[in-house]
Design a protein around this ligand. Sequence first.
Ligand SMILES: [Zn+2]
Ligand SMILES: [Zn+2]
Length: 132
Amino acid sequence: MTRLPLGDLRNAVVALRDGANRAPATDAADHFLLCELGEHDARTEHAAHLWANDPPSAPALWFFWTGAGTNRVHRVDAVPWCPAVLRNVATGVVRLCTYFDHHAAAHSWGVTDPLGDLLAERVVSGDGSDDA
Ligand SMILES: [Zn+2]
Ligand SMILES: [Zn+2]
């Protein structure tokens, strides 16, 4: 988790969209970001999705950082989405990776999300999928 410098975000958005009026609404207070990647080594940058462009398939803004506190090094970049898709042959459901292109570690569907798993279990339980 790291603190988001709003000035950096605003500058990046302005550079991306060439117009401050298109910048996302932000509170005066600093935001805090949580790395969205799965487990990765210390040399890999942490990454948190900031803002989706319009259209959604266009490069999105990400906040990258390494280190913490005064040793933190960060950058805000517009990067293309990861092109990977996961197709469930049985259901035909296609999931898009929600990370940026060339990200480290596993695709978004391979990242363990304890809260998400818990919610999913509650939905699936009692589905009658037991083998008879
Ligand atoms: Zn991380
Ligand atoms: Zn991916």
